[in-house]
Design a protein around this ligand. Structure first.
Ligand SMILES: Cc1ncc(COP(=O)(O)O)c(C=O)c1O
Length: 456
């Protein structure tokens, strides 16, 4: 490692035993030009206000990843026997401290939230298959749980007899209490046929529509109601919300590092509370020679592949610590700006926010003018495509059907059934949001509705 020279600008991969070394305090924070430089690989002129989907990775972290890859290629045997495991352990130790876990053995690094869902759900599936859990026993989740998670239930749990309770997430939502009330009703439904709720899957931040869920309160209720296991899908959480797994109290908690924590694609951490003795038989879905050595070891070797995303966590810390307040400072500023931009958009369009600011992190839902006529998922897709192709604006669009008897939300001309989900990350500028505002105003001035727009 000592005679290894990282490519220009690279952050040299941090060796595991450097973790507790005291670094000299930075005397100045990253400047605007330096931030621009860190994201200078982003295509220019694209208003990229969708960090929530694919995240972003700065150049210094990409360079560190690249140097890990070279390090491996220089001497693969030595890397495998002497570096890889220590490097992954180092990343896990950093995550453990960041999320206030008790034990590094509770932290595994996996590819993404979908893999974590497979780990959790396959384990539940085995309990159904072996007769520990019975027909009529259920899994509870919000109706807007991520599609891959829902499909994983179809694949791993439905065939072995589990049934599913879907709780409708109120949207637009006004308070935590509205969500808690719906969730409690769902738990009651779970008991109807004498079954037990075996697993609650609770998003920390739902994807679409995006809302921060009161996870602590919902988990407290799950414990009272003797739900066996709780899996928090915090795919969007780390880097956009403070995560303290002790306070949250889930059995499993996953968060992608690539969305809001600046990692390259793709790595996520899965926290598994090993103190809960009811959790047994938890395995990575890919079986390797590490099978049976515990989930962290199983996840650290799933056969030959590139492990560099799992190794760059120290370099991510170096990057975020160049900002005032580190990752907490980034989160707070992202939240403040996304709320400000959400309010600016809803005021200029005469619409609403999908949730109060305190129920969002670095993403917020903003109502689209009713005159645009977002009347279906297809309309929402047309608008998204139009904004990308004709205005170089990347933003997800959501269609929310009105439920029977609902009289709001409305703007001056009718019901609001479309929303954009805007994100804010350190590379965004106010101009990105003004471009969106203008593109929508232009459509209204041209009297266009979504069904007039071209289909992708
Ligand atoms: C709430 C939620 N869960 C799970 C996922 C799946 O994440 P991945 O594609 O990284 O597996 C996403 C992706 O956006 C998500 O938003």
């Amino acid at each position: 490692m000592d005679n290894y020279h990282p490519p220009n600008g690279a952050v040299k991969p941090t060796e595991p035993n450097h973790r507790h070394e005291k670094k000299p305090k930075l005397t100045r924070h990253i400047s605007e030009p330096e931030i621009r430089q860190e994201f200078s690989h982003h295509q220019t002129n694209v208003a990229r206000i969708n960090n929530g989907s694919f995240g972003s990775c700065p150049r210094s972290v990409l360079a560190a990843q690249n140097s890990w890859q070279f390090h491996f290629l220089q001497q693969p045997d030595d890397f495998f026997f002497n570096t890889l495991r220590k490097g992954i352990l180092n990343s896990r130790l950093i995550i453990k401290d960041l999320i206030n876990a008790d034990d590094v053995e509770d932290i595994s690094l996996v590819d993404n939230a979908t893999t974590a869902a497979a780990i959790v759900l396959q384990q539940i599936g085995r309990k159904f298959a072996s007769g520990n859990f019975r027909k009529n026993d259920t899994v509870i989740m919000f109706h807007c749980a991520y599609k891959a998670v829902k499909k994983s239930i179809d694949a791993y749990l439905t065939p072995v007899g589990a049934s599913v309770i879907e709780v409708q997430l109120p949207f637009p939502v006004r308070s935590d209490e509205e969500i808690v009330a719906e969730f409690k009703k769902g738990l009651e439904r779970g008991k109807i046929k004498g079954g037990r709720v075996r697993l609650a899957i609770i998003d920390h931040i739902t994807s679409m529509p995006s809302v921060v869920i009161p996870v602590r309160e919902l988990i407290r209720i799950c414990r009272e109601q003797e739900v066996d296991q709780v899996f928090v899908d915090g795919a969007h959480a780390i880097g956009s919300l403070h995560v303290d797994v002790k306070e949250i109290g889930a059995d499993f908690y996953v968060s992608n590092l690539y969305k809001w924590f600046f990692s390259p694609p793709s790595v996520a951490f899965l926290y598994c509370n090993n103190k809960n003795k009811k959790l047994s038989n938890v395995h990575h879905p890919v079986v390797s020679q590490e099978y049976g050595n515990g989930l962290p070891a199983e996840s650290a070797w799933v056969g030959m592949r590139d492990y560099s995303p799992q190794l760059v966590v120290p370099s991510i810390m170096e990057f975020v610590n160049r900002f005032e307040g580190g990752i907490e400072g980034i989160m707070k500023r992202n939240h403040d700006v996304v709320v400000k931009m959400g309010i600016m958009l809803k005021e200029s369009w005469g619409t609403n926010l999908g949730s109060p600011p305190e129920m969002c992190a670095s993403m917020i839902m903003v109502g689209l003018p009713s005159k645009l006529g977002v009347m279906s998922d297809d309309d929402a897709l047309r608008l998204r495509f139009y904004l990308r192709v004709y205005h170089a604006i990347e933003v997800p669009v959501y269609y929310q059907a009105l439920r029977n008897g609902e009289m709001d939300p409305r703007d001056k001309y009718g019901f609001i059934t479309g929303y954009v989900r805007i994100s804010h990350q350190v590379y965004n500028t106010v101009d990105d949001y003004h471009r969106l505002k203008t593109a929508i105003v232009q459509l209204l001035e041209d009297r266009k509705v979504c069904s007039d727009l071209p289909k992708e």
